[in-house]
Design a protein around this ligand. Sequence first.
Ligand SMILES: Cc1ncc(COP(=O)(O)O)c(C=O)c1O
Length: 366
Amino acid sequence: MSTNVANFNAGPAGLPRPALVQAAEELVDFESTGISIMEHSHRGKAYERVHNEAIELFRSLLGVPDSHEVLFLQGGASGMFALLPMNFLSDGGSADYVVTGTWSEKALEEASLIGTTKVAGNGANADGKFTRIPSQAELTLDPGAKYLHITSNNTIAGTQYRTFPKPPSANIPLVADMSSDILSKPIDVSKFGLIYAGAQKNLGPSGVTVVIASKDWIVQGSKRIPKIFRFATHAANNSLYHTPPTFGIYLMRNVLRWVRDQGGAAQMAKRNEDKAQALYAAIDGSHGFYTCPVEKDARSLMNVVFRLPSEDLEKNFAKEAEASGLIGLKGHRSVGGMRASIYNAVGRAEVDRLTSFMAEFQKQNS
Ligand SMILES: Cc1ncc(COP(=O)(O)O)c(C=O)c1O
């Protein structure tokens, strides 16, 4: 096994080593119960403690107010693309979507199958590339919308909101797909009607989907859809309406403990700003060898995208980087280029290895 790997995968992504080590140590015998946590009933005491600890940790780390539920579901963020409009659009009305990348396009597409949608804003530049985040003033917001949907961090495009848009009135819920930046910084949860995120970037393994939702809002969801698809069903049952992804939730609990031990969301934000700053400085300081296509005020602190002077050089870069243990640097197949995903679990040391490699690669190839 190689222990010299720096993991820049976009998701599933690197997890904090202590969270994995703990899982390895107790994999076959959880807390001296003689069986794995995977083998415990989801209604039993051992699992119940893990489940509730994960919910409590999540609430405290993100400062989730009593007005909001924390749910652990299945189906990934893509499942939520569908569940959201099923709950809030299937009985009529229209929803606003700000399109800032592939994932918001997909969210919009699913909602359009269920009900009426409007594009409230777009993050594409003149060439149709998603390089920016539209400002509040650029948005065309429907005062009668059922909700306003955004993607807080665009994993493929490498853009991220600095400030979240405000719906045109207080009774229009703001909904955010936070799959790729949840818990990377403190946020004011009370500003959102609903937040959802697949766990596999900042929180844990794939298979768990976290939803934070206004209690008052989700009870208004459609009653004409199957119970399993209603947020209210899962809220009424503490995410135990059916068998939840127990092992994924257990591993997420370990990750959440690690975040707590590091100093919480505020400390994550500091680390993330520091890492991103170092990486963008390396790009900007390369005299044009490396370029970042994203507008400066929209640059993501989670997914740093960059290009090299030619596609051949990009291929070599990825190959040589991998040979030196720096993995996951190829950009998404739809956009090409390079992408370094530097989620919570990636440390400054790994980013420093990458910037050193970049400097050396530039020297050898210019
Ligand atoms: C912002 C965002 N939304 C949605 C998705 C899709 O997530 P899932 O595979 O969990 O459905 C991703 C996956 O990378 C993502 O980055």
